[in-house]
Design a protein around this ligand. Structure first.
Ligand code: HEM
Length: 214
């Protein structure tokens, strides 16, 4: 019989999704001039990518936050597993949508005039694919019966492994966005790009992990 643990995962996921989607809508539709026709796929994809990113960062930062001495409730601690699983599911949605949208007409900045990927787009997408595969393996490792090499499984399911796989996510975000980050005069309504917000969460999560590791 399993015991139901008190957790806030549902609320955390709902609020993170609303804020992330809300930000994408504000930046691209309300202060920007992207047509609402693009909401269900192109803009939704940005919102879901940011939500996934934040949920995964919360997943590996809540424990260290408690170690630092912040008053983290049981409900937050018990939410970590669900946040990780749902974060991965949202990444999966982001990956499927991105693959369907990946064309020069939509992502002009990723392509040269001759239709080839730019160097930075290539590095960004390589980072994204590697991060995705590493996150996938992380999720699989929890469900495996493959106990011959327990040390290996322990490593794959560790916070250290997740932190390493997130370095690739950082490459994904960095090479995609850093040129835009350096040009605030070009930001829609003065609002920072989603990739920069994600990068800020990334740095904050890493600092918390660095200080609060055990
Ligand atoms: C096969 C793997 C992946 C592919 C093909 C991919 C593709 C893309 C593309 C094409 C964009 C640009 C979206 C846009 O500007 O509208 C993007 C942005 C983004 N991706 Fe990924 N991605 C992958 C993996 C990941 C992973 C593992 C994460 C981690 C959560 C992630 C998080 C993000 C975030 C936060 C953005 C920023 C959205 C923005 O600035 O608008 N991606 N990705």
């Amino acid at each position: 019989m399993s015991i139901q643990q008190k957790n806030h995962a549902g609320k955390i996921i709902a609020i993170t999704s609303l804020l992330s989607l809300g930000y994408a809508i504000l930046r691209y539709h309300i202060v920007g001039d992207v047509s609402w026709n693009d909401f269900p796929f192109f803009i939704f994809n940005k919102g879901i990518a940011l939500t996934a990113f934040i949920l995964l960062i919360l997943n590996f930062s809540i424990g260290p936050l408690k170690n630092i001495g912040i008053n983290v409730s049981e409900g937050w601690l018990n939410s970590r597993k669900i946040l990780g699983m749902v974060g991965f599911l949202f990444v999966l949605i982001h990956v499927f949508i991105s693959m369907l949208l990946f064309k020069p007409e939509i992502f002009g900045k990723f392509f040269e005039e001759n239709g080839r990927l730019t160097l930075y787009a290539g590095l960004s997408m390589l980072g994204g694919v590697l991060a995705f595969v590493l996150l996938w393996v992380y999720n699989l490792a929890f469900k495996t019966d493959f106990k011959e090499d327990q040390k290996f499984i322990d490593f794959i399911t560790s916070r250290k492994y997740l932190l390493i796989s997130f370095l690739f996510t950082m490459l994904h975000i960095f090479f995609m966005g850093y040129k835009g980050w350096l040009n605030p005069s070009g930001w829609n309504g003065g609002l920072p790009p989603i990739s920069l917000l994600a990068f800020t969460f990334f740095i904050t999560g890493y600092i918390i992990n660095f200080i609060g590791r055990k």
